[in-house]
Design a protein around this ligand. Structure first.
Ligand code: CO
Length: 132
């Protein structure tokens, strides 16, 4: 079951360049950075109520985020819904005809487990489930 929005992912070329906007201009609570080797990204997190804004910086030209920026420029990348049981959530949407990028959950930031839906199944809004 989808319980709430977990985070919104924003693709940036440089965390150092973008962090000041979110931290100093908007005044959001800066919650530090994390590296997700699996996705070849470095993530800076900001809390807004229960939602996290995640700035995603590629650490490798082969990173999906590097390819996204190459194609679209910096900007909104994905929306992630918090789910209580990610396997059950995947099975539910697959049963409703959705194609998954990740049919099996993979590791996300801070010990979470994540799975992306295929954008063709979600009107080109890259959509992620996060458990944990
Ligand atoms: Co995410």
């Amino acid at each position: 079951m989808i319980e709430k929005i977990n985070h919104i992912g924003i693709a940036v070329a440089s965390l150092d360049e973008r962090i000041p906007f979110y931290r100093d201009v908007l005044g959001l609570t800066y919650a530090g950075t994390d590296t997700i080797p699996d996705q070849k990204v470095r993530v800076a997190m900001f809390r807004v109520g229960e939602v996290t804004i995640e700035l995603l910086e590629p650490t490798d030209p082969e990173s999906p985020i590097a390819k996204f920026i190459e194609k679209n420029g910096e900007g909104m990348h994905h929306i992630s819904y918090h789910v209580d049981n990610i396997e059950a959530q995947i099975a539910d949407v697959v049963g409703k005809g959705v194609r998954m990028i990740d049919a099996v959950p993979r590791p996300g930031a801070h010990g979470t487990r994540i799975a992306f839906l295929h954008p063709k199944s979600s009107g080109r809004v890259l959509t992620e489930f996060t458990e944990g």
